[in-house]
Design a protein around this ligand. Structure first.
Ligand code: NAD
Ligand code: S2G
Length: 333
């Protein structure tokens, strides 16, 4: 890595950023030796709040921070950016549909995609978090034709972590022993959390598949899936705000693995540009199981897709195609 990296966070005065920034400057994302110049983008009305966040960054006295820029100007923000975490968007409140979000947020990601295209480092890695994350990511990617498609991804790691945790709770094991769960598709209630190929480390050198450990197919195909699919909504209903600390943790996991790589044999879930794998047509941002080496992800190939799974993949694919059509019609792209 270079001596110093420029890391842009949009929505920097918001809830997620308030956890995320501190994970980054502690070294949880890029390692303990990587110097970081933080570039914090938000709307003019939030600059005063951002001043308070910057005071707290300074007061943490973490040695990895070599500079902090606060700005409301997208072109300034993305100039020579090495990493961009696009969190800034309008979050869904109780009673709001995702289609309302689509319209409000699609325009933001078109402008930011273009600014990335025109001003960022050509090797930039972009993670889209703001919802609807897959479609916002697609719009940013389509607006940044000079940047390789593989440099864009969206966050489904929170769903992945939620799935791991639900399995650990049900099986009565530590979450660190649960491996290779998969989130397919959209970061929405149509996602397909799939644990058929996952496993649990039972004791030193002994592992068993998740279906073997849980021994309850009805739960795995029913309550487990719907709990993970609806977890974001459940947090909003209880907290009145959308998940923030767990989202920041998932962003940190996603970026750390994208930059530093995944352990041998370990899959993680990432929303990435579809390439025809598993019958998902090119031209969408779809969550797949991936492995990562030297900063490049590879979609895991050859996993079995049974009839139940095919139906689930088709449902989430259909939703993503509809979101894409709607977003492109709003933007006249
Ligand atoms: N993909 C995921 O797993 C996941 C998980 C949780 C939340 N989210 C989404 O993340 C987004 C942010 O959530 P939050 O809780 O931090 O919201 P928040 O409302 O607390 O913060 C959002 C921030 O974005 C800023 N913002 C809005 N438009 C902007 C723009 N054009 N440029 C720069 N900044 C802008 C706002 O001023 C605000 O400070 C929401 O869309 C939410 O639904 C995604
Ligand atoms: O708006 C939602 O229902 C989900 C919000 C967020 O993406 C999450 O997964 O916690």
């Amino acid at each position: 890595m270079s001596d110093e990296i420029n890391v842009v966070i949009t929505g920097a005065a918001g809830q997620i950023a308030y956890s995320l920034i501190f994970n980054i400057i502690k070294g949880d994302m890029f390692g303990l030796d990587q110097k970081i110049r933080l570039v914090l983008l938000d709307l003019p009305a939030f600059m005063e709040n951002l001043k308070g966040v910057i005071m707290e960054i300074e007061d943490c006295a973490y040695p990895l921070v070599t500079g902090i820029i606060a700005t409301t100007d997208v072109n300034e923000a993305f100039t020579n950016a090495h990493y961009a975490i696009l969190v800034g968007a309008m979050p869904r409140k109780e009673g709001m549909e995702r289609s309302d979000l689509l319209k409000a947020n699609a325009a933001i990601f078109k402008v930011q995609g273009k600014a990335i295209n025109d001003h960022a480092n050509k090797n930039i890695k972009v993670l889209v978090v703001g919802n609807p994350a897959n479609t916002n990511c697609l719009i940013a990617m389509l607006s940044a034709g000079n940047i390789p498609k593989e440099n864009f991804s969206c966050l489904t790691r929170l769903d992945h972590n939620r799935a791991k945790s639900q399995i650990a709770l049900k099986a009565g094991v530590n979450v660190k022993d649960v491996h290779n769960v998969i989130i397919w598709g959209n970061h929405s209630t149509t996602q397909y959390p799939d644990v058929r190929c996952g496993y649990v480390n039972v004791s030193a050198g002994v592992k068993s598949t998740i279906p073997n450990i849980i021994k309850n197919e009805a739960w795995l195909q029913g309550e487990f899936i719907s709990t993970v699919q609806k977890r974001g909504g459940a947090v909003i209903a209880a907290r009145k705000f959308s998940s923030a600390a767990s989202a920041a943790k998932a962003i940190t996991d996603h970026m750390r693995d994208w930059v530093l790589g995944t352990p041998e044999g370990e899959y993680v879930s990432m929303g990435v540009h579809s390439d025809g794998s598993y019958g998902i047509p090119a031209g969408l941002i779809f969550s797949f199981p991936v492995t990562i080496k030297s900063g490049k992800y590879t979609i895991v190939q050859g996993l079995p897709i049974d009839t139940f799974s095919r139906e689930k993949l088709d449902i989430t694919l259909k939703e993503l195609q509809e979101e894409k059509d709607l977003a492109l019609s709003f933007l006249e792209m």
